[in-house]
Design a protein around this ligand. Structure first.
Ligand code: FBP
Length: 251
């Protein structure tokens, strides 16, 4: 088996990633005049010293020069969808591992909605991606979000741990999940993920104090880091906030 070069996106086994795939997932409603510009995000990542930037292929391609110049490692998201269709969620592949590598990616990402009617479609696509990426030594990050009619009444804590274990079973190096706010559940989730590292999504923008408190909790519970988007680039002081997060993760 080829060595997976996960150290390119981790420091001491931990990391903070800056995610910016929201333009596709949510549309520009998440943005204002400043953060609508991908250059602003690259600048934050560079100045704050993020361990990696996460983009869809369009931004990775059009801002490639700036990304390379920033020296911040690039993670390319290989699937995505808009939020316009309201049926059972499915997110299909829109970028290949080969394209991601050509863009300079050092890792690739993919979202699976477990519990969806289309879960098997995403698992199959992910399987092919995981095999190809690992053959090339690229780490694979899976966003696992339990969604769809079948999981509507299931306990959040149980689903969070199931998401983490699914990532391990599918061979992901890192799983990105949403935290349900319960430390005990997160501890079990981290245990369930075993050798797959657990990263937490930032969620929609909240007060800085609450967000910092959550990051502290997540790290205490054993998460390896965060993959944050809106809480940072929608902040009035993204660099200051990033510095605080960095301290919590690495000190
Ligand atoms: P945030 O930190 O802004 O929550 O970003 C995390 C993320 O997973 C993004 O990568 C993605 O665009 C978004 O959340 C998807 O959110 P949802 O599917 O819940 O609308």
């Amino acid at each position: 088996m080829k060595k997976i070069k996960i150290d390119k996106i981790l420091k001491d086994g931990k990391a903070m990633f800056l995610a910016y795939d929201h333009g596709l997932e949510h549309g520009p409603t998440d943005f204002d005049d400043t953060d609508v510009d991908p250059s602003y995000i690259i600048d934050i990542a560079q100045k704050a010293g993020y361990n990696a930037l996460i983009f869809q292929k369009g931004i990775a391609e059009k801002y490639n020069e700036q990304i390379k110049k920033s020296k911040i490692p690039l993670i390319v998201k290989l699937n995505g969808k808009t939020n316009l269709y309201k049926g059972e969620p499915v997110s299909r592949q829109i970028c290949s591992v080969k394209e991601a590598l050509e863009l300079g990616a050092v890792a690739v990402g993919y979202t699976i909605y477990i519990g969806s009617r289309y879960e098997s479609v995403m698992m199959k696509e992910f399987d092919e991606i995981q095999e190809e990426a690992h053959n090339k030594g690229l780490p694979v990050i899976v966003w696992i979000y339990p969604r769809g009619k079948s999981v509507e009444n299931r306990a959040e804590g149980e689903l969070m741990a199931y998401a983490a274990r699914t990532a391990l079973e599918l061979g992901a190096d890192i799983v990105k999940l949403k935290y349900n706010g319960n430390v005990k559940d997160l501890k079990w989730t981290v245990k369930s993920a075993e050798k797959t590292k657990v990263f937490i999504a930032g969620g929609s923008k909240e007060g800085e104090k609450d967000f910092i408190k959550e990051v502290k909790e997540m790290m205490k519970a054993g998460a390896a880091g965060i993959a944050v988007g809106r809480n940072v680039w929608q902040s009035d002081s993204p660099l200051e906030l990033s510095r605080k997060i960095k301290k919590i993760i690495f000190d």
